[in-house]
Design a protein around this ligand. Sequence first.
Ligand code: NI
Ligand code: MN
Length: 230
Amino acid sequence: MEIIYHGHSCVQISDQGQSLIVDPFISGNPLAKTNVNDIGVQYILLTHGHEDHILDAVTIAKQNNAQIIATFELATYLGWQGASVIPMNLGGTYDFGFGTVQLTHAFHSSGYVLNKEQQIIYLGMPAGLLIGMNDKVLYHAGDTGLFSDMKLIGELNDIDLAFLPIGDHFTMGPKDALVAAEWLKAKSVVPVHFDTFPPIVQDARRFVEDLNEIGVHGRALLPGESLVIN
Ligand code: NI
Ligand code: MN
């Protein structure tokens, strides 16, 4: 299984001819190394409706005939923009053929800001994603603060790889993400949602060192870098 980090919270997961992308924010990310037109996937998974998670979702869906998997309100909203969508909601699991997706809690918000109209479209609850693909379990926490049900998520799932936000300011910071890693009992942790904008600049290498100190394997990826898990 190959994981490509496209920067911010965007990761692409590929295995045995299937490929999916989580939270595509590439064209608006000054640190991104990828061209949106080069993304080839069958599915786009979204954690919530903030622009730094959905900016390129409809473009990627249309250019690939790919389907967007998201919470009900967000999926409906993007469906109106011409994307093919599969609405889900928290707690529910569905088998998509490539594997399963379950939406988990995340403590955050999920509004889309229309600057010109000075309106915010509220797009339901934010979510995390539990992805079961072949024999691997991946957890993408989305944007969230630390919450103690992460212990439950760790108890109920044998997580191989967790993507955890460490940027602070809008999500948990490195200190809380370290607690999250411990509670989730993930075999490996990749930090996301840092460095993209000035308020979320963090020392990801330090975070990885701190993970190693508590016995969790960590790996910080640069935008464009990839990781293979066996
Ligand atoms: Ni957000
Ligand atoms: Mn965000």
